[in-house]
Design a protein. Structure first.
Length: 268
């Protein structure tokens, strides 16, 4: 499906009916990463919406600028387009950074928040320098340089050898992205603010989903989020990496459903 949101064509999937769950993909990915959730969670009575952020997947990739504010505004714009006043919103990795921004500026639009294999802190200087260099390289050489840089870090250490087809599928998503979107996403992540001091001000129900073998956002990073947000609970997916939702669909979906069902009980 497609909609014009804030001047761009935004692609999204919308599956099922019931209380809405909106899932924001990570970098350098697209909404296709959520296909196990789009297939399974509606069976439990939920509506699952997964957009391609601007610059990624089938959404338009303007020259820029890109920022977490713009990503958050686009998500809110899509919710407005769909007539959704409130949703549980989940963000994986870069999607989590956009979620922090959204919660700061539009807290009334979130029924709950899922922080998925992400972190609250900003990049250090070395990280900022790496983002800038990779943004320069992708503009010069194309998406393959990003896929090469992220191929290993997205998975648990044993996954590439044990599940090569999954790795190849994900690499296909990465290289299909527009270089402008990849560069824009890198610079948006580079410039994101540190939300660690603001965790205590988040008042929506929240869960952090960690992955035991995550090489990009280790469980300690999710522990910081859990400790900082009042009432936030932690669910850890064992023996999975950064893409826990693909590496162990059953365990990941169980975390999400536990959270969604707790909100339904609160509303009852």
């Amino acid at each position: 499906m497609q909609a014009i949101i804030n001047g761009i064509t935004m692609a999204y999937d919308d599956s099922g009916s019931g209380p809405p769950l909106l899932l924001i993909h990570g970098f350098p990915l697209c909404r296709r990463m959520w296909h196990p959730q789009l297939n399974k969670l509606p069976l439990a009575g939920y509506r699952v919406i997964a957009p391609d952020l601007r610059g990624f997947g089938d959404s338009d990739a303007p020259d820029g600028p890109y920022s977490m504010e713009i990503f958050a505004d686009d998500v809110i714009g899509l919710m407005d387009h769909l007539g959704i006043e409130k949703a549980v919103i989940g963000g994986m990795s870069m999607g989590g950074y956009a979620l922090f921004n959204l919660l700061e500026r539009y807290p009334e639009r979130a029924r709950g928040a899922l922080f998925i294999t992400t972190r609250a802190n900003a990049d250090d200087e070395a990280g900022r320098a790496r983002r800038l260099q990779l943004a320069t390289d992708v503009r010069k050489f194309g998406p393959q340089v990003v896929a090469d840089a992220f191929r290993q870090v997205l998975f648990a250490p044993d996954t590439p050898a044990e599940r090569p087809k999954l790795v190849e599928e994900v690499c296909g998503w990465m290289v299909a992205n527009d270089s402008r979107g990849l560069a824009g996403g890198l610079l948006a992540m580079r410039e994101r603010k540190d939300y660690t001091p603001l965790l205590g001000s988040i008042r929506v129900p929240a869960m952090a989903i960690a992955a035991e073998d995550d090489q990009a956002a280790p469980p300690t990073a999710l522990g910081v989020i859990t400790a900082g947000i009042p009432g936030c609970r932690l669910c850890t997916v064992p023996a999975a990496g950064h893409l826990a939702n693909l590496e162990d669909v059953k365990a990941f979906n169980a975390c999400v459903l536990e959270f969604l069902e707790s909100l339904q009980k609160d509303d009852a």
